[in-house]
Design a protein around this ligand. Structure first.
Ligand code: 13P
Ligand code: SF4
Length: 347
């Protein structure tokens, strides 16, 4: 039963003490997040893992790319586990290294050595390594603005992987006009751009988050009509149109802070993942909070981490079977860390 599983998880946590560390992303289920030693957005979790030297076992409650990042940023002595290997990220899957190598070669023919690559942390370790090798950095939704500005101090142009929306919204905010943004289509190996090629400043990889793409202009129109005094706040993984029509946008942490600091009785429609929106609703009974999309928008892969998987992963540590260990090979890690460090130095 649920109660028995919870009791056993508590026992194992006590037994392993500081040898065990459980980071949990804000999009995780309540049943899981209640056991997290630290919860945060992807930047906070990367920083927390980088500074943790005590834990031998890091059971990452989040998705695969986050566990890979944790492995890269921790010592060889520390093992990182993902309670369910099927907890991937559809956005990270939209850029593989073979497509990226092809894109890079084609873009070099068009633009010479004028491009610096940036990748959202929501990407595979291999993509991070590619970026690290080519002088670029990782970004998260919390530091995308400063990282894009930094990238322009390095080269004239940027290639932004794999989320076109975070790339477009961020570049737009720092003053790059939409007309200077092109899209790289990795399925057809093609650059899509209307104007003169020398005007391209930002090349957006054609990837997206299948959760945040579900917040639409129609959802905004519905809220405006039915709740005229409600503020709309969305994650920058939402489309440009949705961000432009909202009152505010920002990373997971930004959204949480905005709600925490909001006046009692204030009204909010939030465009981000369901578990987080539900938690904000629970924690702020004094505020009226709804999801911007009435179907709530869960992240299916985040939700694959549940109580049975967490317990199974912990039991495997106790019995020394150690299942689902995430290990990035040394060669990849060595380059990926360059990209991560260029970000962490500035974060
Ligand atoms: P942040 O935690 O950086 O806001 O990212 C959101 C997300 O989609 C994580 O997968
Ligand atoms: Fe990936 Fe989107 Fe889920 Fe985050 S919310 S893990 S970006 S699919």
């Amino acid at each position: 039963s649920r109660k028995q599983m919870e009791t056993r998880i508590m026992e194992i946590k006590q037994q392993l003490g500081e040898k065990l560390f459980i980071p949990g992303h804000h999009y995780q289920k309540d049943e899981v997040i209640q056991f997290a030693d630290a919860s945060g957005d992807s930047l906070q979790l990367a920083q927390i893992c980088a500074s943790n030297e005590k834990a031998e076992h890091i059971v990452f409650c989040g998705v695969h790319f986050m566990a890979e990042t944790a492995d890269i940023l921790t010592t060889d002595r520390q093992k990182v586990y993902l309670p369910d290997m099927r907890a991937g990220c559809s956005m990270a899957d939209m850029a593989n290294i073979f497509q990226t190598d092809r894109a890079w070669a084609a873009l070099a023919e068009m633009f010479g050595d004028t491009i610096v690559p940036l990748t959202y942390v929501n990407s595979t370790a291999a993509i991070k390594a590619f970026v690290g090798k080519n002088g670029g950095a990782t970004v998260t939704s919390s530091n995308a603005h400063s990282m894009v500005k930094w990238a322009f101090t390095q080269k004239e142009r940027i290639l932004f992987l794999p989320d076109q929306h975070l790339g477009r919204n961020t570049a737009y905010d720092i003053g790059i006009p939409l007309e200077q943004m092109a899209i790289w289509d990795p399925i057809h190996d093609k650059l899509v751009f209307e104007g003169a090629i020398e005007d391209v400043k930002v090349i957006l990889w054609k990837g997206h988050c299948s959760v945040h793409e579900n917040f639409t202009v129609k959802n905004i129109a519905y809220v405006r009509e039915n709740y005229p005094d409600m503020r709309i706040i969305v994650h920058p993984e939402c489309s440009r149109e949705v961000v432009a029509l909202s009152d505010d946008s920002g990373s997971t942490k930004y959204i949480i802070d905005a709600i925490e600091n909001a006046a009692p009785d204030s009204k909010w429609a939030i465009g981000t993942e369901m578990n987080l929106v539900n938690r904000l609703i629970q924690h702020h009974p004094d505020k009226q909070i709804i999801s911007l999309n009435p179907s709530m928008c869960p992240c299916l892969t985040m939700n694959r981490i549940d109580l049975p998987h967490l317990l199974w992963s912990l039991e495997s540590i106790v019995s020394e079977e150690e299942v689902n260990v995430i290990k990035v090979d040394e060669e990849t890690a060595k380059d990926a860390i360059k990209a991560l460090e260029r970000m962490l130095e500035r974060a």
